[in-house]
Design a protein around this ligand. Structure first.
Ligand code: PEP
Ligand code: MN
Length: 337
């Protein structure tokens, strides 16, 4: 349930409520707005304690949260969340585009790609060091060496960097090098992994599982927030349907839906979402029109030589074009690039 405190409630007043929640064995989640502070009381049967809080002087109102996900819901926080990563603001008026190779292959190619991303106006550099591959014989990523290249190239090009963790045991290492931790589609319901990244201070980009509903995605995000980390970015990356002309079916409706249901920023990955490079530009425009806060796009200067996902990687020149073409769409929906 949500306890809304009266405007002007002092720190001591807030603390009193927080303490009472803790004493009852629930977890308090504070959201301090300009005018009012609201406190989420999360836990099974939390609503049964309503009568205990109602008579308190500082309490203005109490509302149950009807959704199964609480902290990620717009009911809990009506204002959209903005996540600051270095000099980039995610979820604000400006659209943030993440670009980079599927896998980090070597320092030179990464630097070449990153420079192009930066030049075109991309805001964040991506690159996988631990790759979730369908075949155990496919390239699995450079591991720690890759993370080092990523951090170094990010510094050189002044781009924050994002990379995937596949396992709880990689979190500490990846946190040393990455500015944003990525949880891949295949791990969206790896609840132990979600809980562990929830204990870190790093922003997390959580990709939708290829066979998961929007509700399940939000429940997975709830795992991260319930551990204390509220800096979560959701990412639509396509789902499995009967349609086989694309790698996955990019669910643009999920973007607009999540925007209604949650205050968290939403990104779209048209590269994995379609698996076809000629569809990336039009679907990037569609994603922005639907309300996406950002995109994640795979870029490679020689896709035919890429160690993974070359077929869906676009050339730096086309990334430049993409950045130009999403601009008027962003402006049409009150955003900017
Ligand atoms: C990726 O972004 O590198 C990736 C593997 O994506 P997904 O988890 O969406 O398949
Ligand atoms: Mn990929």
């Amino acid at each position: 349930m949500i306890i809304t405190l009266k405007p002007g409630t002092t720190k001591k007043g807030i603390e009193e409520v927080v303490q009472k929640i803790k004493n009852l064995g629930f977890t308090p989640h504070l959201s301090e707005g300009k005018e009012r502070t609201i406190v989420g009381v999360i836990g099974e049967n939390a609503i049964l304690t309503r009568e205990i809080f109602e008579p308190m002087f500082v309490v203005e109102s109490i509302t149950p949260i009807s959704k199964p996900y609480k902290l990620v819901s717009r009911e809990f926080k009506s204002k959209s969340t903005i996540i600051k990563v270095k000099n980039v603001k995610i979820g604000d008026k400006e659209i943030a585009v993440i670009g980079g190779p599927c896998s980090i292959e070597n320092r030179e190619i990464l630097l070449e790609i990153a420079s192009e991303i930066k030049k075109a106006g991309g805001k964040i550099l991506r690159g996988g060091a631990f790759k979730p591959r369908t075949s155990p014989y496919s390239f699995q990523g450079l591991g720690k060496k890759g993370l080092k290249y990523l951090a170094e190239v990010g510094k050189l090009t002044h781009l924050p960097v994002i990379t995937e963790v596949m396992d709880v045991r990689q979190i500490e290492l990846v946190s040393e090098y990455a500015d944003i931790i990525q949880i891949g589609a295949r791990n969206m319901q790896n609840f132990n992994l979600l809980k562990e990244v929830g204990k870190t201070e790093k922003p997390v980009l959580l990709k939708r599982g290829m066979a998961s509903t929007v509700k399940e995605l939000l429940m997975s995000a709830e795992y991260i927030l319930s551990e204390g980390n509220s800096r979560v970015i959701l990412c639509e990356r396509g789902i499995r349907t009967f349609e086989d002309s694309t790698r996955f079916t990019l669910d643009i409706s999920a973007v607009s839906q999540i925007k209604i249901l949650s205050h968290l920023p939403v990104f779209v990955d048209p590269s994995h979402g379609t698996g076809r490079r000629e569809l990336i530009l039009p679907l990037s425009r569609a994603a922005i029109a639907a309300g996406a806060d950002g995109l994640m796009v795979e870029v490679h200067p020689r896709p035919e030589e890429a160690l993974s996902d070359g077929f869906q990687s676009i050339l730096p020149l086309n990334f430049q074009r993409l950045m130009k073409e999403i601009k008027p769409v962003a402006e049409a929906v009150g955003r900017k690039v």
